[in-house]
Write a new protein. Structure first.
Length: 150
C-alpha cells in the first residue's frame, strides 16, 4: 500500500494511491492555497469515517439488519498548540430502517471500533474517540470498551 503527493501549484498537491485513485489536497485561501481540495486532516477524518462505515454496513448486512440509510459523521477537535493534532474525535453513526435491532447495531459499531477498523485503532493511540449511535434519530446505548487482557 502506498500514496504519493505531487505538488501542482501554490499549496495544491495531487495524491495518488497505489490503487490508481487520486485526490487533490489544498489549503484554505488564507493559508496560501486556492481551496481546490480538502485539507489532509479532513481526509484523515474521512478515512476514519469510511473505514468504520464499511465495517459496520458489512456487519449489519451479515446480521440481516434492514438498513435503509446509513451515515457516519466524524468531527475532530484539535489542540491549541502546534503541531495541532486531534485531541478528541466524535463519531456519530446514523442508521435508518424499520425493524432494526438496537443491540445488533451497537454490537456492529463496537466490532468495527475495537476489532476491525485499523484507522480507528491507529487514531485511538493519539486521540479520544467518542461514539454515538442514532437509530431513526434516537440515541442507543453503546457497548462498553473491551477490558484489556493481562
Amino acid at each position: 500500500m502506498h500514496m504519493t503527493a505531487e505538488w501542482k501549484d501554490g499549496m495544491a498537491f495531487d495524491t495518488a494511491a497505489g490503487s490508481g485513485h487520486t485526490v487533490r489536497l489544498d489549503a484554505r485561501v488564507e493559508g496560501g492555497g486556492a481551496d481546490t481540495g480538502p485539507r489532509p486532516k479532513e481526509l484523515l477524518l474521512g478515512a476514519l469515517a469510511g473505514c468504520t462505515a464499511m465495517d459496520v454496513i458489512s456487519i449489519l448486512a451479515k446480521m440481516r439488519q434492514p438498513v435503509r440509510a446509513f451515515r457516519v459523521r466524524a468531527e475532530g477537535e484539535e489542540t491549541d498548540q502546534h503541531p495541532k493534532v486531534f485531541r478528541v474525535i466524535d463519531l456519530t453513526y446514523e442508521v435508518e430502517g424499520d425493524g432494526l435491532d438496537p443491540e445488533r447495531v451497537a454490537h456492529a459499531v463496537a466490532l468495527s471500533e475495537w476489532r476491525y477498523c485499523g484507522v480507528s485503532a491507529m487514531l485511538r493511540q493519539a486521540a479520544e474517540i467518542r461514539v454515538k449511535v442514532l437509530i431513526n434519530g434516537a440515541e442507543v446505548p453503546q457497548e462498553p470498551a473491551p477490558v484489556a487482557q493481562a
